[in-house]
Design a protein around this ligand. Structure first.
Ligand code: DAH
Length: 348
């Protein structure tokens, strides 16, 4: 009996070690350890054995069983490992292979400038507000102290849609809109940026262009003055055109400000010495500005005895041209990929 069990074990071990795949192994497992296996039969026959032999053979059968179970588990693990390795190999991704190049667009120079201006002014506590591009004559002109027939309207020869509606010629319209919306309830500190339209088209003008406008209004006790306007515009221009930029304020006329100033900056090309860009003057005109006209305050719901403020406006396209050395404004609007690509790697 002992011999028989040893033989069964040896045969089974041999068969296990010769197995080629997991399926065969499962079948063999049933044959070796199942109810109808030789080992199970041997256990059944224990009852025919003598009293002394029974425990001995019983123990032998159990050891053989455990040994075989271990062997089978070992094989199962081996197959599982092999299976996983094969899978990993088959599904491996070669990360050293260069990927397909994704063509990336680049930020439009105008958007770069717009973002830079927004970042600067929001960092100084300004809100960024928006206004409609299709504007009424009332907000674009009348409420800014430019009544019908005012000669200053001629400079903004405009795209009228009806008698009442036009494509706004200046973002100054948003000044009036903001004052009306605030109803004298709070001080105002805003910038607004966006498209404006005029009947012009040459190397330095486009029928559609972009402006930025700033408006600050506060109670008279705060003593808001031209000094605040000057300081603000210095920070603005130096951020856009470089730390060395100097500003010059020239008295001028705008219907919505009193006093009004045009602001020049030192030519960023020659540094103020005089060159073809600044027509040998050393200065380039960039901004319109002034203290908000009392009529404008009054017409839009702010009492000029209690409130005062300053305003400024300029073309973003011109700023972008200065900043990046662009010679023709129309490049900004013709979607020439070769032109726009140049701004890919430019530092913000
Ligand atoms: N709106 C003026 C223009 O388009 C620019 C301007 C001048 C805006 C003076 C202002 C200002 O806010 O105070 O020419």
């Amino acid at each position: 009996m002992e011999e028989l069990i040893k033989k069964i074990q040896q045969d089974a071990e041999k068969k296990i070690s010769e197995i080629k795949d997991i399926k065969e192994l499962q079948e063999l497992k049933v044959k070796i350890l199942g109810k109808k296996s030789e080992l199970s039969e041997a256990l059944k026959n224990l009852k025919d054995l003598s009293q002394e032999e029974r425990p001995k053979i019983g123990a032998l059968v159990n050891t053989a069983r455990t040994k075989l179970e271990e062997k089978i588990t070992e094989m199962e693990e081996k197959f599982a490992r092999k299976n996983l390795e094969e899978k990993l190999e088959k599904e491996a991704i070669d990360i050293t292979l260069p990927s397909k190049k994704i063509r990336r667009g680049s930020e439009h120079p105008l958007n770069r400038v717009i973002e830079e201006i927004e970042d600067l002014f929001t960092s100084m506590g300004y809100d960024v507000v928006e206004g409609p591009e299709l504007e009424t004559d009332e907000f674009c002109f009348e409420r800014l102290n430019l009544p019908e027939g005012h000669p200053a309207r001629d400079m903004q020869d405009s795209f009228y849609i009806t008698d009442k509606y036009l494509l706004r010629t200046q973002t100054s319209a948003v000044q009036a809109r903001t004052m009306v919306a605030n109803e004298e309830k709070s001080p105002i500190r805003i910038i607004t940026l966006g498209k404006t339209y005029r009947r012009e088209d040459d190397a330095t003008h486009s029928h559609q262009f972009n402006q930025i406008e700033g408006l600050v209004i506060d109670r008279k006790e705060t003593k808001i003055s031209l000094a605040d306007l000057k300081g603000t515009l210095e920070v603005f221009m130096r951020k856009m055109l470089g730390d060395k930029t100097e500003l010059r304020f020239r008295p001028s006329y705008f219907p919505f400000t009193e006093p009004s100033y045009e602001v020049d900056v030192t030519c960023f090309k020659c540094g103020g010495k005089g060159c073809s860009l600044c027509k040998q003057t050393g200065w380039i005109e960039v901004l319109g500005s002034g203290m908000v006209h009392p009529n404008v305050l009054k017409m839009n719901g702010y009492d000029p005895d209690k409130y005062a403020g300053f305003a400024f406006g300029t073309g973003i396209d011109r700023l972008a041209m200065f900043k990046y050395g662009i010679t023709d404004m129309r490049y900004l609007y013709t979607n020439d990929i070769k032109f726009l690509k140049q701004f890919d790697r430019m530092d913000k």
